[in-house]
Design a protein around this ligand. Sequence first.
Ligand code: DGP
Length: 210
Amino acid sequence: MACKRGALIVLEGVDKAGKTTQCKQLVQALQQSGRPAEMMRFPDRTTTIGQLISAYLEKKSDLEDHAVHLLFSANRWELVPLMRKKLEQGITLIVDRYAFSGVAFTSAKPGFCLDWCMKPDVGLPKPDLVMFLQLSPAEAALRGQFGEERYETKVFQGVVQQKFEQLRKDPSVNWQVIDASQSVEDVHKNITTHSLNTVEAAQNLPVGEL
Ligand code: DGP
C-alpha cells in the first residue's frame, strides 16, 4: 500500500507574532507523537535566489519592487519539487511563511493590487491549513523593537495586517485565526490540535494547487 502523504501546514502572521517559535515546537510535537514532520521557511535564504532576497531585506542591495516580488515567488517555486517529494514520503511540512506573505507584503506597497501579486504563485502546492497568528500592532510593539531589515516598521506592518485580513476572506483556503496574544504554551496547544486534525484529514486527499 502506498504511504499516506504528509500535510502541508503554513504559519502566517505579522512580525513578532511568534511564527518561528511555534513552527519549531509544532514540528517537535508532531515528531514526538510519531508523525514525521519537518520545518521549512520562506524566504529560504540559502539558495542563490534566496541570497539575492536576503541582501535586499538586509538593505545591502536595492531591487525594483516587481522584480523582487517575482524573486520571492521563484524562491518558493524552486523548492516545490522537494516539497512534493517530502509530502509523498509521508512527511508533514510545517512552513514559516508562504505565498500569503508574498501577496500581503508586496500589495502593501503603493501601486500593487492583490490580483497582480497573486499571479506568480498560482499553481503552487496548496496548504491543507494556514494558521494566521493574530497579534495587534500595539501588542507586537510590546514584544520589542523591530530590527533593521526592510519592512520592519510599524506603519508598513499595519498595512500588511490589513492585506492579510483581505486574503483571509478567500474561502478556498483553509484559514484558522489563532490568538497569538496567549502564552506560548496555549498557542502551541491550539495550533497542535488544528494540525493533528489536518494531518489525519489530508492523508487521503491529493495535494491541491493555489
Ligand atoms: P523572516 O520571516 O524573518 O525571514 O523575514 C522575511 C521578511 O520578508 C519579512 O519582513 C516578510 C518578508 N517577506 C516574506 N515573504 C515575502 C514575499 O514573498 N514577498 C515580499 N515582498 N516580502 C516577503
